[in-house]
Ligand binder design. Structure first.
Ligand SMILES: [Zn+2]
Length: 349
């Protein structure tokens, strides 16, 4: 039977708790006295061996000490936690008056922005937006557009051919990645009777070396207007209106003779140089004009290929590069930047 000195034990406990510096130390002290083999635990266990008279007295004192230890430990723990909280608050404080940080939001690619703007302007002039497949047959890409096989004009387009063929009606045609958006002219006229006004924005592909102004794929917007009486004058007015709305500047346009197998007559379309306003500068090679697109009056053979009688209908068609429009609008000098995925470039728009 160990000699029990509860008073001494109480002083030891008081001292130990008082000097505890953190929660772990406090926990160790608690275990030292009230753990499985704790000093106070042993006292409490030995009570039954005491004579009855002493047992009541010592038991009462020991239980009081047990409560004392518990309360002191709890109080100390609260004190330590509060101290930790204050210290952390000194380091990790929150300034609730500070403005919040905005989450990073993406935005549309410059080519999408230009495409949307072009669509919006043409739609205001009564044109509908139409799409077509990027994988085409040589029929729609060439034959139906008055570019027969072995015709030298077919070499104007450097084509990416696919391995597979596709059966159209009774004939097998080679498949390819469309070299222009013009096939959609035929596809649309096969299913829709004039009068019609459409634009066809979309991606086209060329098998050629890339440089600052050439990419293996790029975007075009095709235009087609067909009615009983549609003239070059209608075309000029519509295109001039488009450029003025697109560049938000007064713009003149001029037509030069050109050649495309699917239009007759064909022309190249120039507009006033945006940099010098027509006076002549290095951007326009001192001419005052910038080359913008190819266009012309729909060739009778194209109407025939689409199942329309060329004697009944007239129309104009044009095709321009969306990349070129974007390059002019934003003064970008390398087409490859659009496809680089470089955020330093893209974040400027
Ligand atoms: Zn100029």
């Amino acid at each position: 039977m160990p000699k029990i000195n509860l008073k001494l034990l109480k002083n030891q406990i008081k001292k130990a708790i008082g000097s505890a510096k953190d929660l772990k130390e406090l926990n160790d002290i608690f275990k030292r006295y009230l753990g499985k083999r704790g000093e106070l635990t042993q006292v409490l266990r030995s009570l039954e061996k005491l004579p009855k008279i002493r047992r009541a007295k010592v038991g009462k004192e020991a239980n009081e000490l047990k409560n004392f230890l518990r309360i002191k430990c709890d109080q100390k723990a609260i004190g330590i936690k509060e101290k930790i909280r204050k210290e952390t608050a000194k380091i990790e404080w929150i300034d609730i008056t500070r403005p919040g940080e905005k989450p990073v939001l993406g935005h549309l690619h410059p080519l999408s922005q230009v495409k949307n703007k072009a669509e919006e302007i043409f739609q205001l002039m009564g044109f509908s937006m139409v799409e077509g497949p990027e994988i085409e047959t040589e029929w729609y890409n060439f034959d139906a557009l008055n570019i027969p096989k072995d015709h030298p004009a077919r070499d104007l387009w450097d084509t990416l051919w696919l391995k597979d063929n596709y059966k159209l009606k009774t004939k097998n045609y080679k498949l390819l990645l469309r070299t222009h958006t013009s096939p959609v002219q035929i596809r649309y006229m096969e299913k829709n009777n004039p009068p019609l006004r459409i634009i066809v924005p979309g991606r086209v592909f060329r098998h050629e070396a890339t440089d600052a102004s050439h990419e293996i794929n790029f975007y075009q917007v095709e235009g087609l207007m067909v009615d009983k009486k549609v003239s070059v004058a209608n075309f000029k007015a519509i295109i001039q209106e488009f450029f003025q709305k697109f560049f938000k500047k007064p713009i003149e346009i001029r037509l030069r003779p050109g050649y495309f197998p699917f239009t007759e007559p064909s022309f190249e379309v120039d507009m006033t140089c945006l940099t010098c306003g027509g006076k002549g500068c290095s951007v326009c090679s001192q001419t005052g004009w910038l080359e913008m697109m190819g266009a012309g009056m729909v060739h009778p053979n194209v109407f025939k290929a689409a199942g329309l009688n060329p004697k009944n209908w007239q129309g104009f068609a044009f095709g321009m590069g969306l990349d070129r429009l974007a390059m002019m609008k934003y003064k970008i000098n390398d087409i490859r930047l659009f496809y680089s995925g470089d955020l330093r470039f893209l974040n400027q728009f």
